[in-house]
Ligand binder design. Sequence first.
Ligand code: SF4
Length: 123
Amino acid sequence: MTDIGQKIKEAAGAVDNLTKFKKRSKLQASYIEYDKFSDSNLHEGYFCYNCIYWMNQGGGKCMLVENEGQDVMGKASEVIAPHGCCGAYEANYDKLHDTRTPSEGLAVDAEKNKERITTADVV
Ligand code: SF4
């Protein structure tokens, strides 16, 4: 391959890599932000607050989803709210609290809870 051909291939690869890291819009991610959840205990349930991609610095941002624009309900805001959620949610178990009663929790292997379960595991 000629030098110029190699350079074009490298440039195209670099652009392709950049587009792979482009954040998704709130609509693409199925992001939703219900104000009625703003007073909820954010340590329990599926909230951006306890998602591994949420960043509190700078007023509520996400590593995967743009903080500006409308959510799937048409609500527009400039942030990824701690009480929001989207289809890319991944639990941060350092923040997410176990909501079971103490007696229910005794028989539970907490490490096992962190394993990802797929449909292949369900018989
Ligand atoms: S739930 Fe979605 S929008 Fe919220 S922090 Fe996680 S990836 Fe970002």
